[in-house]
Design a protein around this ligand. Structure first.
Ligand code: FES
Ligand code: FES
Length: 197
């Protein structure tokens, strides 16, 4: 068994093959992704609670079927991505290359405020739809239970998955409050970042 041990990791990141030698067991997938410039995945809690680091990990199981999983990259060891395909928020679309429908809906329906949690939410929803392209609204809501948004703490995530169009329309009740320190800014979102400026 140990004859086959290897510290080399081979994986695909957003469709590009990556070969890594001497991967250390304590290095997380999130640390690696951010080190190569894929900073869309965020480090929030670092302990699997907020979902800001969510990426999609895909592999082929014993039956030959492709399995997609939304994983917390802050907890996943880099070595666990061996023989897998990793898809980050940069891999599904951008303003430069064209947004994925999930990203587009978040943008058009004002689904984020500071945006810190948004990549993780997008990837959780993207992975969910890859596995379940015709979900109910309740299933969409349940799929979001591992992702927290600090700005829209009252985030009444009304998510309607339109079965006919197979797209996700995200309608969020955005609470725009005025910062008590400076009434010039009307985009204070309660996350506290503006208070540090
Ligand atoms: S950073 Fe919060 S779950 Fe990974
Ligand atoms: S928009 Fe979710 S944490 Fe700011």
């Amino acid at each position: 068994m140990f004859d086959s041990y290897s510290s080399t990791v081979v994986m695909f990141v957003n469709g590009k093959k990556v070969v890594l030698e001497d991967v250390q067991p304590e290095v997380t997938l999130l640390t690696f992704l951010r080190s190569i410039g894929l900073t869309g995945s965020k480090l929030g809690c670092g302990e699997g609670g907020c979902g800001a680091c969510t990426v999609m990990l895909s592999h082929v199981d014993e039956s030959g079927s492709i399995v997609h999983r939304a994983v917390n990259a802050c907890l996943a060891p880099l070595a666990s991505a061996d023989s897998c395909a990793v898809t980050t928020v940069e891999g599904i679309g951008s303003t430069a290359t064209g947004m994925h429908p999930v990203q587009e809906r978040f943008s058009k329906f004002h689904g984020s405020q500071c945006g810190f949690c948004t990549p993780g939410i997008v990837m959780a929803m993207y992975t969910f739809l890859r596995n379940n392209p015709r979900p109910t609204a309740r299933e969409c809501e349940d799929a979001m239970d591992g992702n927290l948004c600090r700005c829209t703490g009252t985030w009444c995530g009304c998510m309607h998955a339109h079965e006919a169009t197979r797209c996700v329309c995200v309608c969020v009740c955005v609470c725009v409050c005025v910062c008590v320190y400076c009434v010039l800014c009307v985009r204070c979102c309660c996350c506290g970042v503006c208070l540090l400026l």
